[in-house]
Every structure is written in structure tokens, then in C-alpha cells.
Design a protein around this ligand. Structure first.
Ligand code: HEC
Length: 196
């Protein structure tokens, strides 16, 4: 049974409706607000179909973020924000590994840069989509080209959190993660909450 949206979720929805009415694009329907008792979604089903986990912004923990420098001008061209499923960071702090079932979600935003009272500042603007990784040390989905080397790997365009466009993780993901091979293919140096 679905929980009723909380009062704050209803208020956020109302604010979004007003903002959309004004032509502002800050609200997106692709990340729905969770009810108070939203269940934790792993981002994969038993058959190995991957998706962006529902309500991850409410049920997951933020790990950290990355800023991709803009070329030839001040500020950033992209901001990446990374979340991990509950318990993953705590386990990693203990033994340096993400346990099986850990899901990592990386949001990719275009960035806007402006003069603010703190200086020249970039902030996240439009969501382009999500990278999702699901830990599976047993490599349980042999023959599925989105699973291997201990993870499920997929990209999802904004607005399509259930349908990946990735067809082969070795070609589309892993080559770029080779520098992070020693840390189970993950760029853990960017995540303050994993530090002891
Ligand atoms: C162009 C190189 C490149 C490609 C292609 C790429 N990644 Fe990454 N990925 C990175 C880098 C570098 C980081 C960390 C820095 C950043 O976000 O810019 C990262 C971070 C991540 C993170 C956050 C966790 C971590 O490892 O720190 C996830 C999740 C992720 N990538 C998944 C994927 C998946 C799934 C694919 C394929 C669909 C993929 N990536 C393709 C380079 C890449």
C-alpha cells in the first residue's frame, strides 16, 4: 500500500506547481517525493534489470560531489552528486569495501556559474541523468552485458529512470573506471563520509 504524501511533500509539490506555472524549470517530475515510510529500492530486480532506485534522495545517503571544470572560463560545466544505499558508507568505513547489494547513484547536472556574495560560484542546474552501480561480488548475472567485475552498471537519461540506454558495461563504463580499479572500480577519494 502506498503511504500518503506527508504535509511537507504536499507543500513541495504545490511550490513546484507554482514554479512550473511561472516557467521555472527547477522542478522535475523524474524524482518523485517519497512518503514518510518509503521503502528502500535496490535499483535492480532478481533478473538483473537495472533502474534508478525510487526515492533514493530520501532513503539513500549522500556520499559527496564532483565539479567538472568549464574549459576556458571560470566555474564548472557539470556537477555530479553521488548517493549510496543505506549502510554502505558505514560498512565501507569499517573494512574498506562496499557490501553486496550496495547501490551507488551518481546524478549528473549541467552547472550554472554566477557571482555570489562568496565569490564566483557554480551550482547544479539541469539533471542530465543518472549513473547506477549495484554491487554483486558473486557475479550472479553471467551473460548479461551490464553485469560483471563485481557490479551491475548502467546509465539512465533524465526522465527515463526505468530504461537504460547502456548495452555493454565493458565498453561504456569500465574503461573509464580503470584508474579506480584498486578501489573496486569506485572513485572513493571523492567521498568525505567514507573517511574514518
Ligand atoms: C568519461 C569517463 C567515464 C565513463 C564513460 C563512465 N564513468 Fe563513472 N565515473 C567516472 C569518474 C572520473 C568518476 C568520478 C568523478 C566524476 O564524477 O567526475 C565516476 C563516478 C561514477 C560513479 C560514482 C561512484 C564512483 O565510482 O565514485 C558511478 C556510480 C559511476 N561512475 C558509474 C558509471 C557507469 C554505470 C558508467 C557506464 C554506464 C560510467 N560510470 C561511465 C568516469 C566515467
Amino acid at each position: 500500500m502506498r503511504a500518503l504524501p506527508s504535509q511537507s511533500a504536499r507543500r513541495a509539490l504545490l511550490a513546484c506547481t507554482i514554479m512550473l506555472g511561472l516557467g521555472l524549470s527547477a522542478c522535475t517530475k523524474s524524482v518523485p517525493a517519497a512518503g514518510p515510510a518509503a521503502a528502500v529500492d535496490s535499483g535492480a530486480n532478481a533478473a538483473g534489470m537495472l533502474h534508478v532506485p525510487e526515492h533514493y534522495r530520501e532513503t539513500y545517503q549522500a556520499l559527496g560531489s564532483w565539479a567538472i571544470a568549464a574549459e576556458g572560463k571560470p566555474g564548472s560545466q557539470q556537477i555530479h552528486v553521488v548517493y549510496a544505499s543505506p549502510g554502505a558508507a558505514e560498512a565501507h568505513r569499517k573494512n574498506g569495501h562496499f557490501p553486496d547489494g550496495t547501490t551507488l547513484v551518481k546524478e549528473v547536472f549541467t552547472a550554472k556559474t554566477a557571482a555570489m556574495t562568496t565569490g564566483t560560484v557554480s551550482h547544479a542546474d539541469m539533471l542530465k541523468g543518472w549513473f547506477v552501480m549495484v554491487k554483486d561480488s558473486k557475479n550472479s548475472h553471467a551473460g548479461n552485458k551490464l553485469w560483471g567485475d563485481g557490479w551491475g552498471w548502467a546509465w539512465f537519461d533524465a526522465g527515463k529512470p526505468a530504461a537504460t540506454t547502456t548495452t555493454d558495461y565493458k565498453a561504456e563504463c569500465q574503461t573509464c573506471h580503470i584508474p579506480a580499479n584498486a578501489n573496486d572500480w569506485t572513485y572513493v577519494e571523492g567521498y568525505p563520509v567514507l573517511k574514518k
